[in-house]
Design a protein around this ligand. Structure first.
Ligand SMILES: Cc1cc2nc3c(=O)[nH]c(=O)nc-3n(C[C@H](O)[C@H](O)[C@H](O)COP(=O)(O)OP(=O)(O)OC[C@H]3O[C@@H](n4cnc5c(N)ncnc54)[C@H](O)[C@@H]3O)c2cc1C
Length: 336
């Protein structure tokens, strides 16, 4: 175990040789800023002042050439090879609400949600505690680096963990996951993520998911509608699909006891073929356009969560900034 000292503070934390600095800090309850945890966003950058580190992923896109020259590293990719002193700014906002742990897990069930979005259930050797909306990292043997997937359950302490993943053409991790036989072992590390359910908010909830962003929105709906005394009145779920065959989620929501009285579901199709007849109530366009059309006037009074492809998330954020929605009511972990 190595000791990592944060410069200018009394904070230090232990880091196992096979862990990363970011995850070791979070395991010690420290508010180390981050977002994606997989080398892409660059939010977990820090400067190395003393000691020796190694990069898990040399070419991670979250770090520029200029960063490397300035001895900056990514917390999610840096492994300790000695004790070290680093410069970074701790932020209470990032203190974990559940301490992340890693467990061996076995694939026990798979089911098709749509033609390219499947659910994968794993049984972990030790239960994983998480809040609705959080994600975990799956380490699959033969795949370089872990992949992040959001849990679709409503938050709890569970041995069985369900993920919903979209098959990415040419994607190394999803090709492996979709062809994985039942009984195969992986390692699951979590929970992570800041877009978790704000249980004490009494604002109406808006959940916006696009494509692979289904799982965290289903998880949030399940979590919100299983609260003992929900103080909000309405939960709006907007799901963006490319074609009608990609529309999904309503069957899972309709099973929730309070859905009938509080839930509102809208599917949005961005790329229907010329001959396609869209289901009743389905909108055409992009999800952010439909959010604006249906909710522009109420967004300021809502707790807003979204997840999905990078372009969708950027368009949502731009809209919310233009409409001056307070960012304290907006929650998302960017997908990469
Ligand atoms: C917070 C978060 C939550 C997510 N939740 C979901 C979800 O619920 N459902 C879903 O379908 N998708 C989700 N994703 C996307 C998912 O993690 C994968 O990026 C996606 O499934 C494509 O993986 P792939 O391996 O098939 O594609 P690839 O293109 O092979 O890899 C994609 C990602 O893997 C990482 N990677 C690639 N090469 C390396 C390497 N050599 N070393 C280390 N890392 C590498 C990078 O982060 C890259 O962006 C989420 C992503 C994030 C960041």
């Amino acid at each position: 175990m190595f000791q990592i000292q944060i410069d200018g503070s009394t904070t230090h934390f232990p880091c196992a040789p096979d862990d990363t600095l970011l995850r070791a800090a979070l395991r010690a309850g420290i508010g180390f800023p981050y977002e994606c945890n997989v080398g892409s966003c660059g939010n977990c950058k820090f400067e190395l002042l003393e000691g020796e580190l190694q990069n898990n992923w040399q070419d991670a896109p979250g770090l520029s050439e200029k960063d490397r020259l300035k001895n900056r590293w990514l917390g999610c990719q840096a492994k300790a090879c000695s004790n070290a002193r680093i410069k970074m700014r701790e932020m209470d906002h990032y203190k974990p609400i559940h301490i992340p742990t890693e467990s061996a897990a076995t694939l026990i069930h798979k089911r098709e949600i749509t033609h390219d979005l499947h659910e994968f259930s794993f049984r972990c050797d030790a239960p994983l505690s998480f809040a609705a909306g959080q994600y975990a990292l799956i380490h699959v043997s033969g795949v370089p680096g872990p992949r992040a997937y959001s849990m679709s359950q409503g938050g709890a302490s569970k041995e069985r963990i369900d993920f919903q993943a979209r098959l990415i053409p040419g994607g190394v991790g999803t090709q492996k996951l979709f062809s994985m036989p039942l009984g195969e072992k992986v390692r699951i590390d979590g929970p992570y993520g800041m877009a978790y359910l704000r249980e004490d908010s009494s604002r109406d909830i808006l959940l916006v998911g696009g494509g692979s962003g289904l799982a965290p929105m289903i998880s949030l709906a399940r979590g919100a509608l299983s609260l003992q005394r929900p103080s909000f009145q309405n939960i709006h779920f907007i799901y963006g699909a490319r074609e009608s065959r990609d529309i999904c989620g309503l069957d899972m929501l309709s099973e929730l006891p309070l859905w009938t009285s509080m839930g509102h579901y809208t599917a949005v199709v961005s790329n229907p073929s010329a001959q396609e007849v869209l289901p009743h109530g389905c909108e055409r366009g992009f999800v952010h356009e439909v959010v604006q059309k249906l909710h522009a006037k109420d967004l300021n009074q809502m707790e807003i969560y979204f997840a999905g492809p990078a372009l969708m998330a950027q368009a949502m954020l731009k809209l919310l900034v233009e409409l001056k929605v307070p960012m304290s009511q907006v929650h998302f972990d960017q997908f990469y």
